[in-house]
Design a protein around this ligand. Structure first.
Ligand SMILES: Cc1cc2nc3c(=O)[nH]c(=O)nc-3n(C[C@H](O)[C@H](O)[C@H](O)COP(=O)(O)O)c2cc1C
Length: 656
């Protein structure tokens, strides 16, 4: 059972920041004088001409740099009042309309929209900025019931197609959502972009043709804001095949449809996005998306850049004692003998303490994050499987043909594959997150597997994955991994954090013979002798003997815990990663549920050390998140029982 006592987390070191190259404005580059015997420099007159021209260019550049530096200095020194801002009431009105703009799908009224109101809204849209002032938009105002019915039919077809593509856990939720109000609104507006508008030389569009549709999207935003100010709701419908819609509306073929908008008066404007209210998604805090100078240096204006790992660790809290107490109480009053759900009662109490709610949210939808990486230690002959199998299995996951896919379909979970270090170039494919730190670790028997900075980067990939999956509405995360030779690194990590001898924690992985097992055990022993890893320095241990996927799982666990979201652990690699995560932040265990016990001996040692009891024990030794996926319905069932099982008082059942 995870701890509820407050313990301070280990400090996390900040990695070195990359500095940007500085170009000095007063650098004047001189052509070297020809040296005696320097044939190349005096070879011919043309060459000298070229050099003279280059010298002039460089001098020009230096002059230009000097001038722009002077201009910047001048700008900084400018005196006199700046252009006035809006007064506070006006500013507040502008910010208010941005905050209170909503995408509306429910509660539209059929009241007609007066022409002058619609005109003001369209004028606002037409004031939008546009590339090269090309104003590429047109607005087709649709009122006809027949046209709206035709559009509604197209949207319904796409809705069905999307619903079929969803994992079961998501599809259930999607069924409850209204995604358009085509027939409920008196006016629909189609916003198009004409990519030819403004002519061939449209300023700013020469390298970026997408600037035309971007400009039209800004017109949509203006329209949306102006509509809000008029008390008009707008709902954007994108459930269309764009070309099909162009044909159905009889639009000129060269136009692009940017938005199909449903516009009308509404009963009310909700405070929050409807998708957020429905639990479909969560709002990402501003602090996640503002970077200072370089991507990854997150800082809000006026703040010091914060380290993602340190920030995540600081947000991890132990289980909430009040919700935990309520859960135990509720368990006693539910219509069943006290304790009759055994281990599942402990899990439901943990879910309550983690979420600070009793009953806890049902952990659905769920997503398994499968981190894939390769291992330099493969060269030591620790497995008969060739290294290419890692990349091949990633392709198999993406094609839906692996065991994890079958299990995920069965339990209704999303499969998210993350390339964190596969030793092959993987083509961009939907469902694959390209987050490669390096194409495989180094051989841990000859040096550190990763640099400290790489280990930290891989942890951050895991944290970001947790953030993404949770913001997308997942209420449980599952660990998965793929990496030929990764049970060697797992055994080494487990040996360090449990103190067990390599012989006790090194297993047969994918099924190796006695000779390979002896070699693998020796490899683990040699690695530990070489690095003398210090368990008090978990990131150092990870860098020396871990894998990219282990580090990413560490991040997923820390990220999940910081977002108070349960994480179901898969097998031995997850166990190894959990030991590292616990050494970084002991309270991470508040979020961890051991999905299963694998056949690897190291896994038992890891679970014992973590104090976690596995839910499923079926001699699995596959990885890919398969054990965690099998455990998911158990975890969901226990939360559902808290919601749905009557109490003795409510059901009128006599207690013992
Ligand atoms: C480009 C774009 C396309 C959208 N398409 C749809 C859609 O097809 N169906 C829908 O229900 N909402 C759609 N929305 C609305 C978003 O779901 C909504 O903006 C988001 O949940 C945030 O809510 P808010 O606009 O109320 O802040 C779309 C929004 C945008 C910007």
């Amino acid at each position: 059972m995870p701890t509820t006592d407050e313990q301070s987390a280990q400090p996390v070191l900040q990695g070195p920041q990359q500095s940007r190259p500085v170009v000095e404005a007063d650098t004047v580059v001189m052509v070297p004088a020809p040296r005696e015997g320097d044939a190349e420099l005096v070879q011919n007159a043309d060459d000298l001409d070229t050099r003279a021209a280059e010298q002039e260019d460089l001098a020009d550049q230096a002059r230009h740099d000097e001038e722009s530096a002077a201009a910047v200095a001048e700008a900084r020194q400018s005196t006199g009042p700046a252009a006035p801002a809006y007064d506070p009431a006006e500013r507040e009105a502008v910010l208010k309309v941005m905050r209170e703009r909503r995408d509306i799908r429910n509660g539209f009224r059929s009241d007609p929209i007066p022409h002058e109101v619609l005109l003001r809204v369209l004028e606002a849209a037409h004031h939008a900025p546009s590339v090269g002032h090309s104003q590429p938009w047109d607005f087709v105002v649709i009122r006809s019931a027949d046209t709206r019915r035709a559009m509604h039919e197209l949207a319904m077809r796409q809705r069905d197609a999307y619903a079929k593509s969803l994992p079961k856990g998501r599809a259930k939720q999607f069924k409850e959502l209204k995604i358009e109000a085509i027939l409920d609104t008196p006016v629909n507006i189609v916003v198009t972009a004409d990519p030819t508008r403004g002519g061939r030389h449209t300023l700013g569009r020469h390298t970026q043709p997408q600037m035309a549709p971007y400009s039209a999207a800004l017109a949509v935003e203006n329209l949306w804001l102006a509509a809000r100010a008029e008390g008009l709701g707008v709902g954007w419908v994108s459930f269309f095949d764009e070309r099909e819609m162009v044909r159905a509306l009889g639009l000129p073929e060269h136009l692009e449809v940017i938005a199909y908008l449903c516009v009308g008066y509404v009963d009310e404007f909700p405070d929050e996005p409807e998708l957020l209210q429905a639990g479909w998604s969560k709002r990402r805090p501003l602090s996640w998306v503002v970077h200072e100078e370089t991507y990854g240096r997150r800082a809000l204006p006026g703040e010091e850049p914060h380290d993602l790992l340190a920030e995540t660790v600081a947000q991890i809290r132990p289980l909430d004692a009040k919700a935990l107490g309520e859960a135990w109480e509720r368990q006693k009053r539910m219509t069943k003998p006290a304790g009759a759900l055994g281990m599942l009662e402990i899990i439901s109490a943990q879910l309550s303490g983690l979420s600070r709610q009793c009953p806890p949210p049902i952990p659905e939808p769920a997503a398994v994050a499968i981190f894939a990486g390769d291992h330099g230690v493969h060269a030591q002959g620790v497995t008969p499987w060739p290294q290419e199998v890692t990349a091949q299995m990633v392709a198999n996951f993406l094609g839906g043909g692996a065991v994890c896919n079958a299990f995920a379909t069965q339990v209704g979970a999303e499969v998210c594959i993350v390339d964190v270090g596969v030793a092959a170039d993987l083509p961009a494919t939907p469902g694959l997150l390209p987050r490669k730190i390096r194409a495989g670790t180094s051989d841990l028997t000859t040096g550190p597997a990763m640099t400290r900075e790489e280990a930290k980067q891989a942890i951050e990939v895991g944290i970001e994955t947790a953030r993404d999956l949770v913001a997308a509405g997942n209420k449980a995360l599952l660990t998965g991994e793929m990496g030929i030779a990764n049970t060697t690194a797992s055994a080494a990590l487990i040996s360090v954090f449990t103190g067990a001898d390599p012989a006790e924690v090194t297993g047969r992985g994918t099924g190796i013979n006695d000779e390979t097992l002896a070699r693998k055990t020796e490899v683990v022993r040699r690695a530990l002798e070489l690095h003398q890893p210090d368990p008090a320095d978990p990131i150092g241990v990870l860098a020396a003997i871990g894998g990219f996927e282990h580090a990413a799982i560490v991040g997923l666990l820390l990220g999940g815990a910081s977002l108070r979201t349960p994480v179901i652990l898969d097998g031995v690699s997850a166990g190894a990663a959990a030991l590292v995560a616990r050494a970084i932040a002991p309270e991470v265990l508040a979020a961890c549920i051991a999905g299963h016990r694998s056949a690897e001996p190291g896994h038992v040692a890891a679970l014992n050390k973590l104090g976690l009891r596995p839910l499923v024990d079926l001699d699995l030794r596959l990885g890919e998140g398969t054990g965690a996926l099998l455990a998911l319905p158990l975890v969901q069932s226990t939360a559902r029982a808290m919601h749905e099982v009557a109490t003795f008082d409510s059901a009128g059942v006599t207690e013992k």
